[in-house]
Design a protein. Structure first.
Length: 241
């Protein structure tokens, strides 16, 4: 019996790992799909796609999966058509939440997102109901390395059209306007900078602190959204502890 139990435990762990890997691959595929649809399927001409492919390869995603995602986006392969949707609402304690979704079934996604908000004691709002509490910004992160001078990085970023640069313990964080994001990224890549992260994000203008039951409910909401395969990004103005 003990051998049977051990086998079941091993199989359960393997299934859990396979499910987690599948979820990661699905999100990476959607990232590749979006970049290819917006900027074309040639990674040599599309820095965003190139970055998405690099992330996928770092996660050991098979080349066939990468190729299939690009072909779907460029219309070279019959398959699912994805739609981009942003949901807005308030979580427990009035925390503002924005959820970016990429889905092949709008009704399913709307139902799932609404259920998550309701179960956590929040409510889903109309478009624009919380967007005014966030600023859209481009973020480009470059790892600090020996010989990489802070002043030089800042000068190159400013020359490319960046708005600001913050220096953290292990990286430089360059901030851009959304419309300047691609130009700044391309300029820095031409300068042979190794970019760790490059994306357009929503930055909250104010923060909301939660404690006790409200904080637990908010964590439940965020976990439910994270577990949803259609969800690409989640933004909130929750004050981090």
């Amino acid at each position: 019996m003990s051998g049977h139990s051990k086998w079941n435990n091993i199989q359960h762990k393997k299934n859990a790992m396979d499910a987690a890997r599948g979820k990661i691959f699905m999100r990476l595929s959607k990232d590749i799909f979006l970049e290819a649809r917006h900027g074309g399927g040639d990674p040599t001409m599309n820095a965003g796609l190139r970055h998405a492919i690099e992330k996928a390869k770092a996660a050991n995603m098979p080349n066939d999966n990468i190729s299939r995602a690009i072909k779907k986006a460029t219309g070279d392969l019959d398959g699912v058509t994805y739609e981009e949707i942003t949901y807005e609402g308030y979580g427990p304690g009035g925390v503002a939440v924005m959820v970016d979704v990429l889905t092949d079934n709008r009704n399913r996604s709307a139902s799932d997102i609404r259920h998550a908000f309701t179960k956590a004691g929040g409510n889903l709002g109309e478009s624009g109901s919380v967007a005014f509490l966030f600023n859209k910004q481009g973020i480009i992160e470059i790892e600090k390395k020996e010989g990489l001078d802070e002043d030089t990085v800042m000068m190159d970023a400013v020359e490319a059209g960046a708005d600001d640069m913050n220096t953290e313990d292990d990286r430089y964080v360059i901030v851009t306007a959304p419309e300047a994001f691609e130009d700044v990224r391309k300029h820095l890549e031409v300068k042979n900078y190794e970019i760790d992260r490059a994306e357009v994000v929503m930055i909250p203008t104010t923060k909301t602190a939660l404690t006790g039951a409200d904080l637990e409910k908010m964590e439940t909401l965020l976990q439910m959204l994270e577990d949803n395969d259609d969800v690409q990004d989640i933004y909130s103005n929750l004050e981090e502890a």
